[in-house]
Design a protein around this ligand. Structure first.
Ligand code: SF4
Ligand code: SF4
Ligand code: SF4
Length: 342
């Protein structure tokens, strides 16, 4: 009876953490969906297809990682904050800070793409079509996102000098890149549509395909997390090898083969610590083996993200300095705006 009670307790605890994560993720995803809708209406006004003006939500800049990377380099070189896409740079800085201090908590709790990927995985599991690639395939595929990250780092961080950074920053392309991105998804080319359909379809079959193998943003956050202070620690002596932690881990990490999980794949979801039936066997730990309560990590992830937003708002670096009328001028010429590198 006692065993059954403790089993149900562990199950409830694990489910509670998973439910909390789904709630937080869906909250951010719904917000992004709403912001995307508002931006679409701004785009219709900006391209002259609607008379109704709807203010552009700054948060859409979070989907412009290249602009944010260029903005970060410009900020480092000149000390000038990117006032064309300030929210984009703020969100990028928040993700980097979370990545370093709180593992890949941005991926685990905030990013809407990760959430959609998790939903696809659940559907795949329900229909029993999920497939785990064997190690000989998994390992080379894992390297792809680092290659993409290396490519972007080479092109932006290494290759672009300040003159090129300023040219990109002030280019009409950068001013209208949010609308360019929207058009890319609304009216994709045949190739882009094919790639999107492939990525969507394969996400039902291979768990987190985009996040695990291809996303350079997640790769960067993973590298930061490896250098950060938090880790998942397993007490080898206390572990009863039930493998519940591994079964629940969304990143397919072989937790029972390690004493500490510092891998760049860990998204800090804390589902493993919540589901572990042995008290203090699997814990989130900081420096000097300091134990971090399971709920503190997600609270800190969301709190740090909101802190960056509030600081940017207070410092006047959340809203763009580009007026809606100026944006409209560039949106009207959208199809003619070349990439600065072309
Ligand atoms: S890996 Fe990329 S897409 Fe996936 S959750 Fe992280 S940042 Fe988002
Ligand atoms: S190791 Fe634990 S915290 Fe990290 S991704 Fe897996 S379940 Fe989540
Ligand atoms: S760490 Fe906990 S959940 Fe994982 S195998 Fe050991 S006892 Fe089971």
């Amino acid at each position: 009876m006692e065993t059954l009670r403790s089993f149900l307790h562990d199950l409830r605890r694990g489910r509670r953490q998973a439910t909390l994560r789904t709630m937080v993720q869906s909250g951010f995803a719904l917000f992004c969906f709403y912001a995307g809708y508002r931006f679409y209406r701004f785009y219709l006004w900006g391209t002259g297809r609607s008379e109704v003006y709807v203010p552009r939500p700054p948060s859409v800049e979070g989907f412009l990682p290249i602009s944010a990377l260029v903005g970060l380099k410009r900020f480092v070189l000149t000390g000038d904050y990117d006032m064309i896409h300030p929210a984009g740079l703020t969100i990028f800085l928040a993700a980097l800070a979370i990545g370093f201090f709180l593992r890949k908590g941005f991926c685990g709790w905030i990013c809407p793409v990760g959430f959609v990927s998790n939903l696809a995985e659940k559907v795949g599991r329900r229909f029993r079509i999920l497939w785990q690639p064997p190690v000989w395939l998994d390992v080379p595929l894992l390297s792809l996102k680092y290659m993409l990250l290396g490519l972007f780092a080479y092109l932006v961080v290494w290759q672009m000098d300040l003159r090129q950074i300023e040219a990109f920053h002030n280019s009409p392309y950068n001013l209208a890149v949010d609308a360019k991105m929207l058009v890319f998804f609304l009216s994709p080319s045949g190739l882009a549509a094919g790639v999107m359909i492939f990525l969507t379809a394969i996400s039902f079959v291979i768990r987190n395909f985009w996040c695990r193998y291809l996303c350079p943003y997640g790769a960067l956050l993973g590298l930061l997390a490896m250098a950060g202070p938090l880790q998942i620690r397993r007490d080898r002596a206390a572990c009863i090898d039930c493998k519940k932690c591994e079964k629940t881990c969304p990143a397919s990490i072989r937790i029972t083969r390690k004493e500490t999980v510092r891998t760049n794949e860990c998204v800090g979801c804390t589902q493993c610590t919540a589901v572990c039936p042995v008290k203090d066997c699997l814990t989130v730990t900081g420096p000097d083996h300091l134990k971090v309560p399971t709920l503190l990590l997600p609270a800190a992830v969301v709190g740090l993200f909101l802190l960056f937003y509030l600081l940017a708002l207070t410092a006047g670096i959340w809203y763009t300095e580009v007026t809606p009328q100026s944006m409209k001028q560039f949106y009207m010429l959208l199809a003619e705006l070349p990439h600065p590198g072309v």
